[in-house]
Design a protein around this ligand. Structure first.
Ligand code: EPU
Length: 439
């Protein structure tokens, strides 16, 4: 509390010392119309970026990488390791010929989850790695034990010291079983096993997500020999050299899903362009169950809402199931659907930090076990709310687009910057009334 005379008003010095914060002011109730194009996938771009370090010579050019803050942090980390990284318009070039370090900066590494991938990539390339335990969204406990166990099975010595994961040794032949189909562990181990001395690695119970396939396609373009990516068993025959290539990452199915839902939420009519509709099968099925009309035409998906949304149960699970990363967004839609819905998340069983914020906006949601019970309400009301992670933040934006009375103020919007490129600009182009403010 300030002491500017009345004990409440902050002094000028206190006012100046207060960090500036960006907030979103959203006036809901507008129908969204028009076309929107999605950027490249965040969760494919980040590991592909890291995998580019496996080329000992030459310049990798990546197309479609979204301009999000997680990517910018990864650029900084790669530069610290000695790689040359530069944007050229929409393309980003990475030249890792002259790596000077295998030691990832603690502050930078802790900012993002994807820094974990550097561990296996650096081990494969140099035989040494030191990476801080990663950061990323707080959506419950996020262990990396499968990654560590897999690399140990491949022959690496791995230990923890001072908050860092330290590793050394040459990676060799291995048969790895993942206790769960982890996206990160599948990608990480596949990447690490690609470069080596003619060894064969088999990974069973793999994640089958499109991002896993995209990383495998990138590595294959570099010369890797990977079989079965996108199925439960992936086999990798290590090659001695990988080359730098030009590659375009797949479109972001989670960004696309967010816009499909924005259309459903506002009773609008949006065509989302540049997507791979098969990646959104589960999302489209749920939207149709809710009464939304979805038409697929080539690489576009057109969504028209036709009246009130209907309640439905959703279970988020591994791909090709409904994606956990859209679980908060669909909950925001179901908050004002007719009837009661049960939303469960089998991947991140505690991913319900957004619920208290939606309750502030008048929704009736109760958390229990690994799910939430949602009783749809007729109106959501504008309120002051805070985003705690990327997808929870997107859910609040969707709820705010629906709240008709007054202005919703959303704090914590740096989380949105981490995962969505230009989300607010794109929504404004579709007719949303959103302004960014600095307070
Ligand atoms: N798990 C373990 N041990 C491990 C790894 C995973 O127990 O070593 C468990 C996790 O606790 C979780 C499950 O396995 O219950 C699946 O986790 P997974 O490894 O698949 O998740 P991740 O690789 O850490 C990626 C995405 C997440 C997305 C999940 C699931 C990136 C950078 N992150 O995380 O995306 O939710 O897969 O699809 O690719 C987001 O984009 O907002 C986001 C959080």
């Amino acid at each position: 509390m300030g002491n500017g005379g009345d004990g409440v008003t902050p002094t000028v010095v206190e006012e100046m010392a207060r960090p500036m914060e960006r907030v979103l002011n959203v006036r809901g109730g507008r129908r969204l119309y028009g076309e929107v194009s999605v950027d490249g996938s965040k969760n494919a771009s980040l590991p592909i970026f890291v995998a580019s370090l496996l080329a000992e010579q030459g310049q990798t050019r990546l197309l479609g990488v979204p301009r999000i803050s997680d990517v910018e942090v990864l650029c900084d980390i790669l530069r610290e390791l000695g790689a040359k990284v530069a944007w050229h318009g929409d393309a980003i070039d990475i030249d890792a010929t002259a790596l000077t370090s295998c030691d990832v900066d603690q502050e930078l590494g802790q900012k993002i989850r994807a820094s974990t991938y550097l561990f296996g990539a650096l081990l494969a390339r140099t035989g040494e790695a030191k990476v801080p335990y990663p950061g990323g969204d707080r959506i419950g406990s996020r262990p990396i034990d499968f990654h560590i166990a897999g690399l140990r099975t491949m022959g690496a010595e791995v230990y923890t010291e001072g908050g860092f994961l330290v590793g050394s040794g040459r990676l060799g032949e291995a048969a790895i079983y993942l206790e769960r189909p982890s996206v990160g562990a599948t990608i990480h181990l596949m990447m690490a096993a690609s470069l080596g001395q003619d060894t064969v690695t088999t990974i069973t119970n793999c994640a089958m997500d499109p991002e896993v396939i995209d990383v495998a396609r990138f590595l294959s373009a570099m010369g890797a020999k990977i079989y079965g990516a996108g199925t439960k068993t992936v086999k990798i025959m290590a090659v001695k050299r990988l080359r730098a290539v030009t590659y375009e990452v797949i479109p972001d199915r989670l960004e696309a899903g967010t816009f499909l839902m924005a259309s459903g939420q506002t009773n609008g009519s949006i065509t989302v362009r540049g997507v791979i509709p098969e990646h959104l099968t589960a999302v489209i099925a749920k939207l149709r169950q809710m009464g939304v009309t979805v038409d697929i035409l080539g690489d576009s998906i057109a969504v028209r809402a036709g009246g009130p949304l209907r309640a439905t149960d959703v279970m988020a699970e591994e791909y090709p199931g409904f994606p956990t990363d859209l679980q908060p967004c669909i909950a925001a839609l179901l908050a004002s659907a007719r009837g009661e819905s049960l939303v469960t998340d089998l991947v991140w069983t505690d991913r319900f930090q957004y619920v208290d914020e939606l309750v502030r906006m008048g929704s009736q949601i109760k958390v229990g076990g690994s799910g939430v019970r949602i009783q749809g309400v007729q109106r959501l009301t504008a309120a002051e709310v805070t985003a705690n992670d990327i997808r929870g933040g997107a859910a609040l934006v969707l709820a705010a687009l629906r709240a008709e009375d007054g202005m919703t103020r959303i704090h914590g919007i740096h989380h949105l910057d981490r995962g969505y490129a230009g989300l607010i600009e794109k929504l404004v182009d579709l007719g949303a009334d959103i302004e960014e403010d600095v307070v």
